[in-house]
Design a protein around this ligand. Structure first.
Ligand SMILES: [Zn+2]
Length: 314
């Protein structure tokens, strides 16, 4: 139910096709039916049929997000503890994976390029970086940033400025799509009128209307997407007092935290950490809200109102 779209009203078909198995279990020479295995078709070829939905799309999406998160940050089968599990990226764009040397005496984050490229030679030459050093630097950077009200205000102002620019641009695009949608609706109406006046046969009408209907639904889908993006951008800016409260609370709570609490906070606010042996760049969003419980980290990245930051540490 957590992975099947049928429950949100989208039953799919044509999503797989039968093929001759590549690694058959039984290697008999004669087979009456050769294509005994199945493979998934590319997503563009899938067809959907509407069925009654029994759970909302919102619930389905949040369950999927949770599953993905669990997969990424699962505590199972982990021999060593890394503060930045799943967050460190290499300069080449690949993820970095934790690696232990001398039975866990030294821990590193190392570019996963050689795993992905195997059996070919890896192309990325970035050396592994000491995990404890990066962990400490990132935690110091983030906790310092969270408890510094002037830095927070500065970034909040920048964030608002960027959002205003982007929301203006998005409104412009939405207006254009609306114009196109109106045109397509008019076109549909004209075809129906032409049919009414006897200028088109029923077959011709169906042919024309089919194309226009596809256009209309595509425009409507685009409008829905852009509209929700715009809503996110128009989130209100945090008040100065909110920021002051947040920084004060952060100052008090971020001092003595357990490894798990630190990890939970970082997983919530950091999007990615790009680290080399010379430089550590941290990217993320910091949700600020009154009475937020920083220590327990009951905050979510997509909460209102986030701010973007970039911290350089050497
Ligand atoms: Zn790399």
């Amino acid at each position: 139910m957590l992975r099947n779209e049928t429950y949100i009203g989208k039953a799919r078909y044509n999503s797989t096709k039968s093929i001759v198995p590549v690694h058959p279990i039984k290697k008999e020479k004669y087979k009456r039916i050769k294509k005994t295995s199945r493979m998934i078709r590319p997503k563009e070829e899938w067809l959907y049929a509407p069925v009654p939905a029994i759970i909302s799309e919102e619930l389905y999406n949040s369950a999927r997000a949770k599953l993905e998160n669990n997969l990424k940050f699962s505590a199972r089968r982990k021999k060593y503890e890394y503060l930045l599990t799943g967050l460190v990226k290499c300069t080449c764009g690949r993820n970095c994976a934790g690696e232990a040397a001398q039975g866990g005496k030294h821990l590193y984050y190392r570019c996963a390029d050689r795993i992905y490229s195997y059996p070919l030679k890896p192309t990325c030459k970035q050396p592994p970086i000491n995990a404890r050093v990066v962990d400490t630097l990132v935690w110091q950077g983030v906790s310092k940033f969270m408890s510094d009200d002037s830095l927070l205000k500065e970034q909040a102002a920048l964030w608002c400025e960027r959002n205003t620019d982007r929301s203006n641009y998005d409104s412009h695009i939405i207006n254009n799509i609306r114009g196109d949608l109106d045109k397509a609706k008019n076109e549909e109406e004209r075809y129906v009128k032409a049919y009414g006046a006897g200028m088109l046969s029923l077959e011709q009408l169906q042919q024309h209307v089919q194309g226009v209907k596809a256009k209309i639904s595509s425009f409507e889908a685009q409008l829905g997407d852009k509209g929700s993006q715009l809503k996110d951008l128009q989130a209100t800016a945090p008040e100065e007092s909110e920021i002051d409260n947040f920084a004060l609370l952060a100052k008090q709570t971020l001092l003595d935290l357990s490894f798990e609490s630190k990890k939970a906070i970082l997983q919530n606010v950091v999007d990615k950490v790009v680290a080399t042996q010379k430089e550590v760049l941290i990217y993320g969003y910091l949700p600020i809200e009154e009475n937020i419980d920083v220590a327990l980290c009951s905050i979510h990245r997509n909460h209102r109102p986030p701010k973007c930051r970039q911290i350089h540490t050497l």
